[in-house]
Design a protein around this ligand. Structure first.
Ligand SMILES: [Zn+2]
Length: 67
């Protein structure tokens, strides 16, 4: 088990870690464990993509859905 952020590689406590999941056609294609800083960057990036691509959505579990 890795205790590090998948994006920046720094150690992150379980209590602070966020898991994000990219799903295409209901199957998970990518799952990452992120520290709070990288999580915020990741959400920002996808929110920008959502504005240009209406098929990209983020649900309440922070799963990224691409239809
Ligand atoms: Zn990070």
């Amino acid at each position: 088990m890795s205790d590090s952020c998948d994006a920046c590689g720094s150690a992150v406590e379980d209590a602070l870690a966020r898991t994000v999941r990219l799903s295409v056609d209901r199957s998970t294609v990518d799952e990452q464990r992120l520290c709070p800083g990288c999580f915020a960057d990741w959400i920002d990036r996808y929110e920008r993509e959502m504005q240009s691509d209406p098929d990209v959505t983020i649900d309440g579990e922070n799963d990224i859905i691409v239809d």
